[in-house]
Design a protein around this ligand. Structure first.
Ligand code: SF4
Length: 357
């Protein structure tokens, strides 16, 4: 890494961020320069910079990979942000598993810098990764999202302007500041493939290209889940000529290997266990969805109706994304593949497809 003085970089960094068109790599995809400018413009005695390393979505491992191989870059990105914003304190918000494995190494890299490592408790779960939920957790409050607006750039940690950026975003900031950024991003590849792992490729690559370049393009009928194994959208083979959304994970599923009910149960179970319980649509809705799936003859009409309601009324993004996988699986896989490839009675299949027309 070039040894440059971050303070001398001054406002140049914001122009470099604008030119790079970097967007948040935690899934939100908000323009990074815009977020930094909002924190910069907010008037306050104290400002904070938080590196969100809570990575809790199944199937996504890129932050772990970056912290394992490029932690210096991430800390460098934090320092650049802190200097630009004149923030006196930085916090790395680490999920419990990463905390125990990386704490000593990160402490060594941080050295004398005013950056603390926060151990995200187990109880904070997947929902504790949402940025306002992270702020509550750090403040010792219940790990649940806050009502927005106001937003963290103006009213964040302890009510002060706070920049919350994901691990990969801060890694990219370090590269951008030093003119080494090549518009690449990290991809987590999982599932029924040979070469599982995390790869770094141009962000313009399509899913098809990523799978082919890593020798992971299957020779059987398959579909993928893109952008996380819980909230990610399901796409069929013909839909992969597009860039990878959200957190850039691709999980490959063999069509004949998985029966639809098991898949749907897996997605719903995850959200039911991870709901923070703050709002009724998600707390009760995911519970009822799980209950319906455990019935001998599931009421698919009710199932579809609860999913749609969740999407429209949940308090935060976690509740809103519950329908993503089920809905797209029905639309892009279940309703187009022939009966003999998918293990589901014809009547149940007809009813499920009806619900999501
Ligand atoms: S949708 Fe509601 S219950 Fe679910 S995680 Fe968000 S705030 Fe909590």
């Amino acid at each position: 890494m070039n040894d440059i003085n971050n303070k001398k970089m001054g406002n140049k960094i914001i122009q470099k961020l604008k030119d790079s068109e970097l967007t948040g790599r935690g899934g939100g995809c908000f323009n990074t320069a815009e977020k930094w400018s909002m924190v910069k413009q907010a008037k306050a005695e104290k400002k904070y910079v938080i590196c969100n390393a809570s990575e809790g979505e199944p199937g996504v491992k890129k932050d772990w990979h970056i912290l394992t191989h490029h932690a210096g870059r991430v800390i460098d990105g934090m320092k650049i942000a802190m200097d630009f914003l004149r923030a006196k304190e930085g916090i790395i918000y680490l999920n419990p598993d990463y905390y125990f494995k990386l704490k000593d190494r990160l402490t060594g890299i941080i050295n004398e810098a005013p950056i603390k490592i926060f151990h995200k408790p187990h109880r904070a779960g997947y929902c504790g990764g949402e940025e306002t939920s992270a702020l509550n957790t750090i403040e010792g409050k219940r790990s649940e999202p806050r009502l927005r607006p106001p937003y963290p750039p103006t009213h964040g940690l302890y009510g002060q302007p706070t920049l919350v950026n994901n691990v990969e975003t801060l890694y990219a900031v370090s590269l951008i500041a030093r003119d080494e950024y090549k518009k690449k991003r990290f991809y987590t590849l999982n599932g029924d493939i040979i070469n599982n792992g995390v790869y770094e490729f141009p962000e313009s690559w399509t899913m098809e290209t990523v799978l082919k370049e890593t020798d992971n393009w299957p020779d059987f009928d398959f579909f993928v889940q893109a952008g996380g194994d819980a909230s990610g959208e399901i796409l069929n083979q013909s839909q992969l000529k597009q860039t990878v959304p959200g957190t850039a994970s691709i999980t490959v599923y063999s069509i004949i290997k998985y029966d639809p009910i098991t898949l749907i149960k897996g997605w719903i179970d995850f959200f039911a266990s991870e709901s923070c319980g703050k709002c009724t649509p998600c707390r009760e809705g995911t519970y009822r969805l799980r209950e319906i799936l455990n019935d001998k003859e599931p009421d698919w009409k009710m199932f579809g109706s609860i999913l749609n309601t969740l999407n429209d009324t949940a308090f935060c993004g976690l509740g809103c994304v519950v329908p993503n996988a089920v809905r797209s699986y029905v639309k892009n896989v279940l309703s187009i593949h022939s009966y003999n490839k998918i293990n589901l009675p014809a009547e149940a299949r007809k009813q499920i497809c009806e619900c999501f027309k």
